[in-house]
Design a protein around this ligand. Structure first.
Ligand code: NAD
Ligand code: WQD
Length: 341
């Protein structure tokens, strides 16, 4: 069984390829390498013993998509490919709408032409906007706070509309909370280009000496210690959630929506302390002004995924911090260019 994984050399896509291979499903990757490196393929092969088929190209390239569907017996698509930096999206809204929304439409068009109707979409907790209450359930109100968030919300709405009039579609929207961590081997992990936007890679880069000091964006939020609270989830738990979603929902036409989170809220300071525990290192930090657009608290009610998919995050905060640190230590500069077979 082959699944097309767009964005499959990226952070979450590459770990999901491992989980697919472990489940006996063959990933076929399409990625334009705008935010990932070819070396990832070597690592997937080293960890799993299988080198995924790889097409270097763009989800906006309809002719390439048609060729992939002709060349490969694709049973469905897991669609990770997107631009994902919230701050950048406020500066480059056109690029975000063009890449994420037009790209998804081009992909869906190719799927229709190929008669392939099983689709899993990487959505995000960002579609809940600034939550009035937590934990967030799948039926909590949706809103968007940035052009990036709007791309996720609009794509969800597009998919809902399409599914409603064409019951051949099996559409699964997976709303990820805050993925962190790395494969336990230390061979695969998150490799942001430039200054990290997200908390965990920033912490590991301070720990490894690439950055001096973590800026904590505000300690005057109405939370347990004044810093923002998030639902951090181990990337391998998230990866395994995709396999479960494929196995359970792939066969069922309809619209399926799941939060993938742990249900636990962790503050920025708690994360810094957890990382210190895992690494034995104190992280140099200072409190600075709030970051525009941050919400005080956001965590999932993940019970629907447990009930219907039989999926539950099992890895702890200590697993997440240990694996992130192990990856960063083994790869201080992330994935470097490697020879290819
Ligand atoms: P990533 O940037 O590591 O991976 C995305 C991959 O898509 C990259 O390899 C990039 O090169 C590729 N790509 C981008 N545009 C493309 C295009 N037009 N054609 C082909 N390839 C393209 O990001 P990630 O963290 O792995 O995120 C994967 C998905 O999950 C994204 O859709 C993201 O919005 C979503 N998501 C991420 C998070 C998070 O915190 N990481 C949280 C919620 C949702
Ligand atoms: C976590 C907390 C920061 C960096 C983002 C997207 C969201 C989703 C997941 C894609 C916040 C604080 C961070 C730093 C800090 N992505 N922080 N210093 O903002 O919860 O979610 O990624 O869909 O849409 O918005 O994650 O890791 O950026 O921040 O103090 O250098 O860490 O203020 O409270 P966020 P994050």
């Amino acid at each position: 069984m082959k699944i097309l994984v767009t964005g499959g050399t990226g952070y979450i896509g590459s770990h999901t390829c491992l989980a697919l291979i472990a489940a006996g499903i063959e990933p076929v990757i399409l990625d334009n390498l705008s935010n990932s490196k070819l070396a990832v393929l070597n690592r997937i092969e080293a960890v799993s013993g299988q080198r995924p088929l790889f097409y270097q190209g763009d989800i906006r390239d309809a002719a390439l998509l048609d060729r992939i569907f002709q060349e490969q017996p694709i049973a469905g698509v897991i669609h990770f490919a997107a631009l994902k930096a919230v701050g950048e999206s406020t500066q480059k809204p056109f690029e975000y709408f063009e890449n994420n929304i037009a790209g998804t439409l081009t992909l869906l068009g190719a799927m229709r032409r190929a008669g392939c109707f099983r689709f899993i979409f990487s959505s995000s907790a960002t579609v809940y906007g600034d939550p009035k209450t937590v934990p967030l359930r799948e039926d909590s109100p949706r809103a968007s706070l940035s052009p990036y968030g709007r791309t996720k919300l609009m794509i969800e709405q597009m998919l809902e509309d399409m599914q409603q009039v064409d019951p051949r579609w099996s559409i699964t929207l997976l709303r990820y909370f805050n993925p962190i961590g790395a494969h336990a081997s230390g061979q695969m992990g998150e490799d942001p280009q430039g200054i990290p936007n997200n908390l965990m890679p920033y912490i590991t880069q301070v720990a490894i000496g690439r950055r001096d000091c973590l800026n904590i964006f505000g300690n005057d939020y109405p939370t347990k210690d004044g810093t923002c609270v998030r639902d951090y989830i181990h990337v391998m738990d998230l990866a395994e959630g995709h396999v479960k979603a494929w196995q359970v929902c792939g066969e069922q036409a309809g619209l399926h929506i799941y939060n993938l989170g742990t249900g636990q809220g962790v503050s920025v300071l708690e994360m810094v302390h957890a990382f210190a525990r895992a690494s034995g290192l104190e992280i140099n930090y200072k409190i600075v002004a709030r970051r525009p657009g941050d919400v005080a608290e956001c965590w999932a009610d993940p019970s629907k995924a447990q009930r219907e998919l039989g999926w539950k995050a099992t890895r702890t905060l200590d697993d997440m911090t240990r694996d992130s640190w192990c990856w960063q230590q083994a790869n201080p500069n992330g994935y470097e260019e490697e020879a290819h077979v």
